[in-house]
Ligand binder design. Structure first.
Ligand SMILES: O=c1[nH]c(=O)c2ncn([C@@H]3O[C@H](COP(=O)(O)OP(=O)(O)OP(=O)(O)O)[C@@H](O)[C@H]3O)c2[nH]1
Ligand SMILES: [Mg+2]
Length: 196
């Protein structure tokens, strides 16, 4: 079976990629599990695409294997697109999901316009070939209080369009059908299927 290495330090993303790949005829291998002491790539880009390419291309070059990487985040209209590419580090370099949610809810206090979207850009880098990029979005709204325990990041405060529960209440079965990451992966597979 064709293997694709997925590179992420985020356990939530690893679980989602494993779940989404489980129904495919492609084996997903975690780069961080396959190789020892994988170093973090500094996310110096200002767009999801730049950071996704940076991660995928750096790991591909180092390990000489095909690598997929996701750069993703939450884009909130009333905050002019924040936290955006800084979603993981919104409340500081420690990357603390609880602190990030507290900061987000504080910044939206008294705000009735709570539209937001999760965005995922996946880059697929192959040795000696051009990198392929795909994007997925999931529109929704930010709640006033956190609800639910599943998922990661801002899932407890994000209600997708068409639902009344948060992503953290809906759980992985629903999330992995409708998420930004699932849409980006579907878009990616459309592009790479003929190449596999
Ligand atoms: O509630 C959420 N549900 C999601 O489905 C989701 N996807 C992304 N995010 C947020 O955006 C950051 C990614 O930043 P990011 O792409 O740099 O990833 P990361 O730093 O966590 O790991 P890595 O893949 O870079 O190693 C994450 O930490 C989260 O705060 C999400 N929040
Ligand atoms: Mg990151």
């Amino acid at each position: 079976m064709k293997q694709i290495y997925v590179a992420t330090t985020n356990k939530g993303k690893v679980d989602e990629f494993k779940n989404m790949f489980s129904s495919l005829d492609i084996e997903m291998v975690s780069l961080m599990e396959a190789f020892d002491d994988v170093e973090d790539v500094e996310e110096t880009g200002t767009t999801f695409e730049e950071n996704a390419k940076l991660k995928a291309e750096t790991y591909c070059k180092t390990y000489q294997v095909p690598v997929m990487a996701d750069d993703s985040g939450l884009v909130v209209d009333a905050l002019n697109g924040e936290p955006g590419v800084y979603s993981a580090r919104y409340a500081g370099e420690a990357k603390n999901d609880d602190q990030n949610i507290i900061k987000l809810l504080n910044n939206l206090e008294g705000q009735s316009q709570r539209n937001a979207a999760f965005v995922s850009v996946i880059a697929y880098a192959r040795p000696g070939k051009d990198t392929i990029v795909a994007e997925g979005r999931c529109e929704g709204e930010i709640t006033e209080k956190r609800k639910g325990t599943e998922g990661f990041g801002y899932d407890p405060v994000f209600v997708p369009v068409g639902y009344i529960q948060t992503m953290a209440e809906l759980g992985s079965e629903v999330k992995n059908q409708i998420s930004h990451r699932k849409r980006a992966l579907d878009e990616m597979l459309k592009q790479i299927r003929p190449l596999l």
